[in-house]
Write a protein that binds this ligand. Structure first.
Ligand SMILES: O=C(O)CCC(=O)C(=O)O
Ligand SMILES: [Fe+2]
Length: 319
């Protein structure tokens, strides 16, 4: 497991002066106040042309593993405050708002930033930090093994892409990715996974599960050479509890996902982007100390179709 790596073309690196210039511009925009989404559009013009081109290419044609790593997006941040003890810290300080703006700028090339109204107070930029007492939680607050999932598998408006920007790393914590196109599955298993024989219950990050309106869905769909996947190791199960073939197919899939896994330990200033429709992800366990020096990521989710969100009459937060 995790012997696989991102392809060289999936990794782009910013030069230090570029990261410093982008951060300074982000600080000026933060100082000005106003809508971060609007500011992000301005900040895009500060990104090196090669980065914008790589993001456009990724959005339109995908990549070998349907993921990308942007290195050196932030300069060294000597004024980075201690890692907050909660996933919903108060806004600010400016250095964090500027990093959030940079994340919004880069991900805006892939789509429209949005979130769910009942997820982490409906914040469009979410904090992923370990929370004391929540070690075992299968959410952004946990530090135990975070099992394989796609973001919000239970919701058909789940994000098309997500981005994880590292403010503070933890060398024990590997973000793991398994691209659906790399899964080695028997044809018989694939046939079952392509049938609407599976349900996903809403995960706990969204509050209490509501079991109404759960429609059976396939796990795999679309072009066999670049399939889409909707998978959750914890919350997904056969729609019919007696469907042995569906249960066996899920078990075979779990093994294939482990075999296809590639891992990356996020370092400060790195941004990992993944196609949430084609890649499942998780994170290995790590040991937080709750001393202000723990791992700290910012996350943004994007929807490729702004029109779909306008149809729901909610551009930024949907329910
Ligand atoms: O911590 C990570 O690297 C991934 C976190 C994640 O997947 C989540 O919070 O849903
Ligand atoms: Fe996740």
């Amino acid at each position: 497991m995790r012997d696989h790596h991102l392809a060289p073309a999936e990794i782009i690196e910013l030069a230090c002066p570029d990261a410093a210039r982008i951060h300074r511009a982000a600080l000026v925009l933060v100082e000005r106040g106003g809508d971060p989404i609007d500011h992000a559009a301005e900040l895009v013009t500060m990104l090196p042309g090669a980065v914008v081109v790589a993001l456009h290419r990724y959005r339109s044609t995908g990549s070998t593993n349907n993921a990308m790593l942007v290195r050196g997006l932030l300069p060294a941040l000597p004024t980075l405050p201690p890692t907050p003890a909660t996933t919903t810290p108060p806004p600010g300080p400016a250095v964090i708002d500027a990093a959030a703006l940079t994340l919004l700028a880069v991900t805006s090339v892939l789509g429209e930033a949005f979130t769910f109204a009942n997820l982490y107070e409906g914040r469009v930029v979410q904090h992923i930090v370990p929370v004391r007492g929540r070690e075992a939680a299968q959410t952004s607050e946990g530090s135990a093994n975070l099992d394989w999932h796609v973001e919000d598998a239970f919701h058909d408006a789940r994000c098309d892409y997500f981005g994880l920007l590292c403010l503070r790393g933890d060398l024990g914590a590997s973000t793991i990715l398994a691209p659906a196109r790399n899964l080695a599955l028997d044809d018989r298993v694939t046939v079952v996974l392509r049938q609407p024989r599976f349900v996903v219950v809403p995960d706990l990050a969204h509050g209490l599960p509501t079991l109404s309106d759960i429609v059976p869905m396939p796990v795999l769909s679309g072009d066999p050479s670049d399939p889409e996947i909707c998978y959750d190791a914890i919350y997904q199960r056969p729609a019919d509890p007696t469907d042995r073939a569906a249960a066996d197919a899920l078990a075979a899939l779990a093994l294939a996902i482990d075999m296809a896994a590639l891992g990356h330990e996020l370092r400060p200033g790195e941004l990992l982007l993944a196609d949430n429709r084609r890649v499942v992800h998780g994170r290995t366990r790590f040991q937080p100390c709750y001393d202000g020096a723990d791992r700290w990521l910012l996350r943004v989710m994007t929807c490729a179709s702004v029109r779909a969100h306008r149809r729901r009459r909610a551009l930024r937060t949907i329910s």
